[in-house]
Design a protein around this ligand. Sequence first.
Ligand code: BGC
Length: 511
Amino acid sequence: MVSSVGPNKSYSGGMTFYVFWAILVASCGGLIFGYDIGISGGVTSMQPFLMKFFPSVYEKEIGVQNTNQYCTFNSETLTLFTSSLYLAALVASFVASTVTRKFGRKISMILGGFLFLIGAVLNGIAFNVAMLYIGRVFLGVGVGFASQSVPLYLSEMAPCMYRGRLNVLFQLMITIGILIANLVNYGSDKIKAGWGWRLSLALAAVPALIVVLGASFLPDTPNYLIDSNKHKEAKAVLKRIRGTDDIDEEYNDISLASEASKLVNDPWKKILERKYRPHIIMAALLPCLQQLTGINVVMFYAPVLFKTLGFGNEASLASAVITGGVNVAATFVSVALVDRKGRRFLLIEGALQMFIFQVIVGSLIWAKFGTSGVAVVSQPYAIGVVFCICCFVAGFAWSWGPLAWLVPSEICPLEIRSAAQSITVAVNMLFTFIIAQIFPWLLCNAKFGLFYVFAFFTLVMASFVWYYLPETRGVPIEEMWSVWKEHKVWGKYIPNDVMETEKTGKPSEEV
Ligand code: BGC
């Protein structure tokens, strides 16, 4: 459950060092998610790792100059290594939603970090493929718990006027995690003895420890404490995070919101009501479309992709560091613009930018590799491809990256917000899994056309936002109903009496 307090009210107190620290620590949950995204692509391109666990891929790779390069990495067991995590995260996100609601956001975060830690250790010491996969499942469950609980924690702790920007902090940590992983891969690949991959995988323990230890010292959110009838503690936390004793108004509002949401016994049944149709469609479609940009082809497989282009090992990993750096830098653009230019502008601009550069990348690869997939690429040409991939990544990083998390979290009324969050996480993980699993097969079969497929989806995304997504910038969360009501497509789903109820200030479920 997320606080229903909105920016139309000004509570006493503001940003304190304590709340900033708490939010910073909690957002490290994004770090474990990101570290994992970035690490697997690099590791699966390291020869000692392939020799040990996936010898058939290794054999294909060393004959790479005269075989079809589109198909070098088409191994189901290898892709399952990357994608198994997301399947585990998908299942875990539903369990996490209950744990988060019943036992608190803090427990969920600690549990997420702890399970991730076990996964890191298992992967670091793995001596067979089974250990690798079991480790991945632990990592996945950790990621599922973290991505369910961290965004809620951030929203509930943040002073409402900073909520948008602070929400993007989760995505920023994801991108920092990816970049750190890219750097670690670049360094560990240089270890001549061939155990660099172990270091890469085991170092996932560091962000996990930060989350476990950091979260242990965090307070739980006032919202959870009020919800579990720990009123005295809730007041003390609220006073501390807002830096003032004058917290009665905010405290009362959270209590009211808590009471209102308690009236809903089964949010999963509630969410199926007609008036929540727009919300549920957005909560599911935004993360789905986010993944159909093909971003994780770059995030997971950048080194593999660059190797396919004929880059050496080191150059491939270095290029992944470059795309990772662009990803972090461009996320700051989102932080700066999201509340000024609005969500729709960024989402449409980002989609069109991705469209242009996907088409260029596809065409550059087509021109060189044709359909046979055999080619030697000159350095300037390859640099051109990396540049275009960076432009694509930047387009994603300031638009669909953060906003596919932010928008679903701000469009739903309190009574369905937690359930909708689980849907967003689960759909995100499902499509991450599907893309990760089918990418090497798609590259092998659709060849350069793969990039045109993703380009097609980015066009669909721009049109979808244009026609269907209302602007939510600056709209108080409690007044979101009017945004839907005024929309020419969604308006008919919203009964008039919901609006009436909103005006009288009563919770919508009493309608
Ligand atoms: C997505 C991830 C992606 C990352 C890239 C996140 O918003 O959910 O799938 O890898 O952005 O920065």
